[in-house]
Design a protein. Structure first.
Length: 558
């Protein structure tokens, strides 16, 4: 059954029925190269590129590189890599800086038409004169400068003859407008900063609102899709287009959708940067970060992220999407794609006393039950094993179905064992479990004993042949759903201090040939990915997500 259209698609369909043709459709994704893309950008990327796929229309990648104080080439490169990793390819790679000459010429036209002026007030004075939402602003004392004087001053600004902050170019609109963005907004400011593409060719840089619509017009973008915080900017977007009167080509339309707000995280680049600078995380690609680089390093796949965005939908109103929906999408994807292996995170020794001392046999297990065509994997079994410490209790009630004394459990893909006794250290802590096994109960052997039913099944690895690895157990970075919504507390005060635990664990020897980025299901434990930090002598696994959502229970129990 075909899915229903979301409201942006309805708007496009309406435009097609009125005055647009399909060959006029063109979309764009316009990131600022001042940081790494995050989960909120994934929604914008998917929205624009999916529309391009649906309507067979081109999608531009345009970098809004108008602030050289914060922008770097490394961010440009990372953004391009992230988009391609998600599975999309843009039609044209564009930069706002490509249009600096044209924007400058159009600014001169607005000055000549009496629609822009050079203001020589400080930024503080301009802010005060803007007024408030309930009180009109006050005209700048420089608002009525002559066209000739404005042109001369703007030329001086461009040629580096003015200090930073001495002058700005403002649009001349209406200081009493109900929309405060229409109260003579700044179009250009003086900045003596090196630009990552234009070098030192410019010392004036255009503001976003002046650049946005004109760039869309130059590229002939049909629908300029922005998140809801830009809705008040639409009046200004249209005013600039009207002031330039671009009637010979398609006029772009700005339309807004609700941004992706995800629980238990923040997506402000400024706040993400704070987390890095203050040492709460280890860079933009820390697996606890909501950046695409972080999610990728944690083991989230492009398919999972795209499915998540599709499930969350395209809305008109702001809302918070629960993190559990994202984690569900990740599990759904990894369940079908991740090979199964056994790993023990909190090991305790287990010895099978009646198993031959020097014998090692190779057992078989499924690679992935969702893909039986992949066949089987093999792993060693011997007298000395590791199991999870929490999988054994010296004594337990009837509801405990793991290993205890005088009870039987099955070792996954192996034999049924029975707890016999324990060895303790001087402090009284259990350091080794002694068991016996039923030699006839081997899984899949076809004997009557192998068909015996026991209520518990445990994962395990051999002590001698298993690989010692480092495992990074990641959890949510914040312990409240909306860490940046409390106006009285700093968002960093809600940091989850247990968001990362580093442990030593043991895994099947077959993982020795794994490559960074490969994902696995550690049976009964969750999904894990081999981290890029790994070396042949030190393998590092990141926990991607558990087999089920346990966060809600953790919050209640705490």
């Amino acid at each position: 059954m075909e899915r229903s259209l979301h409201f942006i698609e309805h708007l496009i369909e309406e435009d097609l029925s009125l005055n647009y043709t399909k060959d006029q459709l063109r979309f764009r994704f316009p990131p600022e190269p001042n940081g790494f893309l995050h989960i909120g950008h994934v929604k914008a990327i998917c929205l624009n590129f999916n529309l391009g796929e649906r309507y067979k229309a081109p999608v531009n990648l345009r970098f809004d590189d108008t602030n050289p104080a914060k922008e770097e080439q490394q961010f440009v490169d990372a953004i391009k890599e992230n988009i391609q990793w998600l599975g999309y390819q843009w039609d044209s790679e564009c930069y706002a800086s490509d249009y600096f000459d044209q924007l400058y010429q159009w600014a001169i036209k607005l000055i000549e038409d009496g629609k822009a002026f050079v203001d020589s007030q400080s930024s503080e004075e301009i802010a005060i004169q803007k007024g408030t939402p309930t009180e009109p602003g006050i005209n700048s004392p420089y608002r009525d400068r002559s066209v000739k004087e404005n042109l001369a001053l703007f030329d001086e600004m461009k040629n580096g003859k003015c200090k930073e902050g001495a002058h700005v170019l403002r649009a001349k609109i209406d200081m009493a407008a109900s929309n405060m963005l229409m109260r003579d907004p700044v179009m250009y400011r003086v900045m003596f900063k090196h630009h990552h593409r234009t070098g030192d060719a410019w010392c004036i840089y255009p503001m976003y609102d002046w650049t946005h619509g004109q760039s869309d017009y130059i590229e002939q973008i049909s629908h300029s899709l922005c998140s809801l915080e830009f809705k008040p900017h639409r009046d200004l977007y249209d005013w600039f287009l009207d002031a330039l009167n671009p009637i010979e080509k398609l006029r772009p339309k700005q339309r807004e959708f609700a941004r992706m707000n995800l629980s238990y995280t923040v997506t402000s680049k400024r706040k993400l940067s704070e987390l890095i600078l203050e040492g709460f995380v280890n860079g933009w690609d820390d697996p606890r970060m909501p950046t695409i680089a972080g999610l990728r390093r944690r083991g989230y796949s492009p398919k999972a992220l795209r499915n998540f965005v599709d499930a969350a939908g395209v809305a008109k109103r702001e809302n918070i999407i629960d993190m559990s929906l994202l984690e569900h999408s990740v599990r759904e994807d990894l369940n079908t794609s991740a090979p199964r292996v056994m790993g023990v995170l909190d090991p305790i020794k287990l010895t099978i006393t009646n198993y031959p001392d020097n014998q090692t046999e190779m057992l078989e297990g499924e690679i992935n039950p969702e893909q039986p065509e992949l066949g089987k994997r093999t792993f060693p079994f011997s007298k000395h094993l590791y199991i999870e410490r929490e999988d054994f209790k010296e004594s337990a009630n009837r509801k405990y179905f793991r290993l205890t004394l005088d009870k039987e459990v099955r070792l996954k893909n192996a034999y049924i064992i029975k707890g016999e006794s324990v060895i303790k250290n001087e402090e009284g802590s259990i350091i080794e479990i002694l068991c016996t096994y039923d030699p006839e109960s081997k899984s899949g052997s076809g004997t009557e004993a192998s068909q015996r039913k026991v209520k518990g099944t445990l994962h395990w690895v051999t002590q001698k042949e298993s690989l010692e690895v480092q495992v990074r157990l990641y959890d949510r970075l914040f312990n409240v759903p909306a860490p940046d919504q409390d106006k009285e507390r700093d968002f960093k005060s809600f940091i989850n201090k247990d968001s990362l635990k580093v442990i030593t664990a043991y895994v099947e020897p077959g993982l020795a040939n794994a490559s960074p980025g490969e994902q696995f299901q550690f049976q009964r434990l969750g999904y894990f990915v081999l981290d890029p930090d790994s070396t042949p002598s030190k393998m590092v696994f990141n926990k991607t997500v558990g087999l089920r959502d346990t966060w809600s229970k953790q919050i209640i129990d705490s």
